[in-house]
Design a protein around this ligand. Structure first.
Ligand code: UD1
Length: 355
């Protein structure tokens, strides 16, 4: 059996790493790793392969950045001949980025079976490009590996045959469980004792100049009470620089994007996290760190119902009050989420390559 994995963007890498390792443990399975090149900066891609212990990609399609149509189309153009020539029995795609959907469309048309890792998540907000990617990918996939029961329910509601759905748990947590001890050893020596860790990169937060300016001003205000540690995504950095936006307060620390282990350490020791990322909502819930999410909805509702996540929507004025609650020790308690246990990838391998 030949399994071909397609990855493209930073959040794909920590999901694919445990699946590659788990499938490797099954005899008689050949694997190929294709990187689309959607993310290409060393600190957005290469360093992750090293830290996660992933094999180097067999192929890098080098697509780079572009508008959604251009980027998605370019991935499809470059991936199609690879699938035709290499004839995999199954292609695994991860998460909800443009590379995920592009690969699913190519494979479905070539009648190659597709497995979607992290299937079934829905924000029910089609203004998010990721929601379009999730919907299309799940309609086309032959195997749908879900992280939590809400995913199964969403898929059944959309008419997906229950036999295709496999509740396996959260592969990103597999990587976290494996690498947390190493991350703890990477704790930066100069970290302030208490700090807010911030990440922002969604178009809804960084593409509107007035909104982005108000977010930065709020961070400046918060920094009068507590240090702000903010590793800045390239697209956010471009917006801040392009608009010449002021970042006030000498306790606001703007950093370059961090490698996996260093970023996990920053989460682990944070007092509170402010984010618009999907994966960080899950990681903070697992770690029991309070998380304030600057989005109106989440495709990961279990992090709100059972975890430490609070959705703040567009109510930026709530941030200081929520922060103060956390600083006074009023912290939402998380209860463990079933199957977020470090064994999700092994369950996927058992489905696709039964002994
Ligand atoms: C993509 C995903 C998003 C995910 C995020 C994680 C889609 C639709 N979006 O968003 O779901 O949460 O990755 O990071 O697939 N850039 C660089 N260097 C890089 C990569 C990007 O400078 O290595 C800059 C480019 O200017 C590029 C911009 O970031 O135009 C956006 O990159 P892109 O891959 O289009 O989307 P992300 O915002 O990274």
């Amino acid at each position: 059996m030949h399994v071909l994995h397609v990855v493209g963007a930073r959040p794909n890498f920590m999901k694919a790493a445990p699946v590659l390792a788990a499938v490797r443990a099954h005899e008689g399975v050949r694997q190929t790793l294709v990187h689309t090149g959607q993310h290409y900066d060393a600190n957005m891609a290469g360093v992750f392969f090293d830290q996660l212990g992933m094999p180097q990609p067999d192929l890098d399609l080098g697509v780079g950045s572009g508008s959604h149509g251009a980027q998605t189309g370019e991935i499809m153009i470059r991936l199609e001949p690879v699938i035709t020539e290499r004839k995999p029995d199954l292609v695994l795609v991860y998460g909800d980025v443009n590379s995920t959907m592009a690969a699913a469309v190519v494979c479905a048309k070539l009648l190659v079976r597709v497995g979607h890792v992290e299937a079934g998540l829905r924000s029910y907000d089609r203004s998010m490009p990721e929601e379009i990617n999730r919907l299309v990918t799940d309609q086309l996939a032959d195997f749908l590996f879900t992280p939590s029961p809400d995913g199964d329910e969403n898929l059944k509601r959309e008419g997906i045959a229950p036999g295709k759905i496999h509740l396996v748990g959260n592969v990103m947590i597999d990587t976290l469980v494996r690498l947390l001890p190493r991350a703890e050893a990477c704790k930066p020596k100069n970290l302030p004792p208490r700090y807010v860790l911030v990440t922002l990169h969604r178009p809804s937060n960084v593409d509107d100049p007035a909104w982005l300016a108000s977010l930065l001003a709020t961070l400046g205000e918060l920094s009068q009470e507590i240090d702000i540690v903010f590793p800045v995504h390239p697209r956010t950095r471009q917006r801040i620089n392009g608009l010449n936006l002021p970042v006030s307060g000498n306790r606001v620390h703007l950093l370059d994007p961090k490698p996996y282990l260093e970023f996990l350490a920053l989460q682990r020791y944070a007092t509170v996290v402010i984010t618009d990322s999907g994966g960080i909502q899950e990681e903070t819930t697992f770690l029991g760190i309070p998380c304030l999410t600057l989005r109106e909805n989440t495709e990961r509702p279990i992090t709100v119902t059972r975890g430490t996540n609070v959705l703040l929507g567009r109510e930026i004025s709530r941030v200081p009050a929520e922060l103060r609650r956390v600083l006074q020790g009023e912290v939402k308690k998380a209860s463990p989420i079933p199957l977020w246990d470090g064994r999700a990838a092994a369950r996927i391998a058992d489905v696709i390559a039964p002994a």
